[in-house]
Design a protein around this ligand. Structure first.
Ligand code: FAD
Length: 375
């Protein structure tokens, strides 16, 4: 039984449509994509054809402007069906920076193709080898050269870099951090990528940019305001991450409950044991509570109110609930939880992506509790 979510027939419609679409892309499809580290092109194109990539794009640029509730249900349901919504999440949400801060020319040129899925826009390149979580200390630079810019960058842990056409690059200009929209079809060999071998998010790369010259029309937002422009998208990114984690947790709960009701040892269903039941009950309660926080964030977003601290709380609670659910699933499946055919170990690996929460705790300590910040 799912949490008391808002009664909304449009959202029910999205849930039904995704469930139907996911019949073609069941857990075994995802097991294969994961093992081969391939981009799920067929799945991605199917979601694009259904019009979902335009969820945050205004109709005037070819989108449907359906908003954050629809986006969150979409990614949750993909994961709940055993899929990996990360590419859909990225395609829907990253373009919001362009919608909010892009020029008219950039929006007209790219957004209709992003909405249809013809143009992949999957990547923000911000993290660097030496700065990591601290994006104020960038070594990647943007140097003015007449009317143009010359970019030099060294970025790590960049998702889908080798599978995207558009990428937002965060670099440091003289005035401060600045965003650039890179069309990788036009970037030539100034951009070099190397895959990083990861247990999850297996299409992640390092990225080096050497003296790439771009015109000022590639800049997004004001010079020196790159980080604040990027951060305006973080509330939605967090709520979508929370929804993805909730989807993963529900997939594992559904499977574990089913297994506990059918698997017999010593002539008895394993589900009769408190050692199996309690971890599932605990996990279920935490997922339901995190889901309520997810809907509360969406309420604040819709009302145009400050959702920053609560979005951080929703993401932390959902990712931790999903992590606990994975542990409960492993207890339920025993040794078979580690066999790829049961999909628990894949979701265990995918769940690791969400549990880096320290900086969100800092944010909650600061914004919700008013605790002192480090100097
Ligand atoms: C699967 C995956 C995909 C990613 N995709 C992208 C992407 O597409 N684009 C992109 O730009 N980046 C991406 N990242 C990078 C991600 O944003 C970084 O991992 C993150 O910014 C932290 O940087 P770091 O890993 O170098 O850790 P570090 O900065 O070295 O930090 C190490 C640990 O110390 C903690 N820590 C650091 N400072 C503090 C502090 N002040 N208080 C408390 N704890 C602290 C961190 O939380 C972390 O747990 C991705 C990462 C992963 C794992």
């Amino acid at each position: 039984m799912a949490a008391e979510t808002p009664v909304d027939s449009a959202l029910d419609e999205v849930r039904r449509a995704v469930a139907t679409a996911m019949q073609q892309f069941g857990p075994d499809y995802w097991r294969e994509q994961d093992a081969n580290k391939t981009f799920p092109t067929e799945f991605f194109d199917t979601i694009g054809e259904a019009g979902y990539f335009g969820t945050f794009i205004p109709e005037v640029y070819g989108g449907v402007d359906a908003g954050a509730r629809v986006a969150s249900v979409l990614v949750e349901e993909i994961n709940r069906a055993g899929g990996d919504a990360s590419s859909v999440n990225a395609q829907m949400a990253i373009c919001r920076t362009l919608v909010l801060h892009g020029t008219e020319e950039q929006k007209q040129r790219y957004l209709p193709g992003v909405a249809s899925g013809e143009i992949r826009f999957l990547t923000v390149a911000a993290t660097e080898p030496d700065s990591g979580a601290n994006m104020n200390e960038l070594v990647s630079t943007a140097r003015r050269d007449g009317d143009a810019w010359v970019l030099n960058a060294s970025k790590v842990l960049i998702s889908f870099a080798a599978h995207t056409r558009l990428m937002i690059l965060l670099a440091r200009a003289e005035e401060g951090t600045t965003l650039f929209l890179l069309d990788l079809e036009e970037a030539g060999d100034s951009v070099e990528m190397h895959p990083i071998d990861m247990v999850a998010h297996r299409m992640t790369s390092s990225l080096f940019i050497d003296e790439l010259r771009v015109s000022d029309s590639a800049r997004i937002g004001p010079v020196g305001e790159g980080l604040p422009c990027l951060m305006k998208g973080f509330v939605i990114r967090r709520v979508l991450a929370a929804a993805e984690a909730i989807g993963n947790a529900r997939f594992l709960l559904d499977r574990s409950i089913d297994y506990a009701k059918t698997r017999k040892t010593f002539d008895e269903l394993i589900g009769v044991n408190q050692g199996i039941q309690y971890p599932l009950v605990q996990a279920y309660m935490k997922v339901e509570a995190a889901d309520l926080m997810r809907w509360d964030v969406l309420r604040l977003v819709d009302a145009g109110r400050d959702a920053v601290p609560r979005s951080a709380m929703a993401k932390v609670l959902a990712s931790e609930a999903a992590w606990e659910t994975t542990r409960a699933a492993l207890t339920t499946f025993g040794g078979w939880g580690l066999a790829s055919e049961y999909h628990v170990e894949r979701k265990l690996r995918e769940g690791t992506v969400y549990v880096f929460n320290n900086l969100l705790m800092n944010l909650i300590g600061d914004r919700a509790l008013g605790l002192p910040k480090k100097g």
